[in-house]
Design a protein around this ligand. Structure first.
Ligand SMILES: NC(=O)c1ccc[n+]([C@@H]2O[C@H](COP(=O)([O-])OP(=O)(O)OC[C@H]3O[C@@H](n4cnc5c(N)ncnc54)[C@H](OP(=O)(O)O)[C@@H]3O)[C@@H](O)[C@H]2O)c1
Length: 167
């Protein structure tokens, strides 16, 4: 299985200034518990946005960067998108791989994911980078709209979308 996991605001916005839009402890817990013990795949900017630019613990980290000199400790370094997607597909045959961002990686890997775990945040975060609008994408269907709940004073819903045309 290959699954994208992220949160977005009411405009499918996901980030600004290479950071997240909101501080959501409940969503963070969901992310940690869901991805723990699995493989996570990301772009270089997302790795650099983590505390100390360190990979996520208890997970195999795959990182895509263009620059051949950019090789990080404790991760599988990849410098070519086709190789990135092939490694993800290989891992995805045996276990669940989570695509964890950022914007450019979510967009490029979208045709290859089985599902998207999308935490919808009922607020405008003033985003600079966005996720493709799945509600306007005929290849994706919402299979779980989630239940509204409060997270740090903001309403969120854990939704799930299925890819009807997975490549
Ligand atoms: N809301 C959420 O749940 C969530 C989750 C994760 C991240 N985010 C947000 O997303 C933003 C970061 O997104 P981003 O798009 O800037 O960064 P990104 O996707 O994490 O990383 C982009 C990096 O990957 C490289 N890259 C992308 N496509 C490539 C390709 N085809 N071949 C080789 N290298 C490639 C880029 O190289 P070049 O620069 O050389 O092109 C760049 O170094 C941040 O604001 C972050 O907080 C939000």
């Amino acid at each position: 299985m290959i699954i994208s996991i992220l949160n977005c605001d009411i405009n499918f916005g996901i980030g600004k200034r290479n950071g997240l839009l909101f501080n959501l402890p409940l969503d963070m817990k969901f992310f940690r518990e869901t991805t723990s013990g699995h493989t996570v795949a990301m772009g270089e900017n997302t790795l650099l946005s983590f505390p100390g630019s360190k990979p996520l613990k208890n997970r195999t980290n795959i990182v895509l960067s263009k620059d051949l000199d950019h090789n990080y400790e404790g991760v599988i370094n990849v410098h070519d998108f086709n190789e990135f997607i092939n490694i993800i597909k290989e891992h995805g045959k045996k276990e669940t791989v989570f695509i964890i961002g950022g914007a450019s990686i979510y967009a490029q890997t979208l045709p290859y994911v089985d599902e998207v775990y999308l935490t919808k945040v009922n607020a405008d975060g003033g985003a600079e980078v966005f996720f493709p609008n799945l509600d306007k994408n005929e290849n994706f269907v919402c299979v779980d709209e989630g239940t509204p709940m409060m997270d740090n004073g903001i309403e969120i819903r854990f939704t799930r979308y299925k890819n009807l045309k997975k490549m």
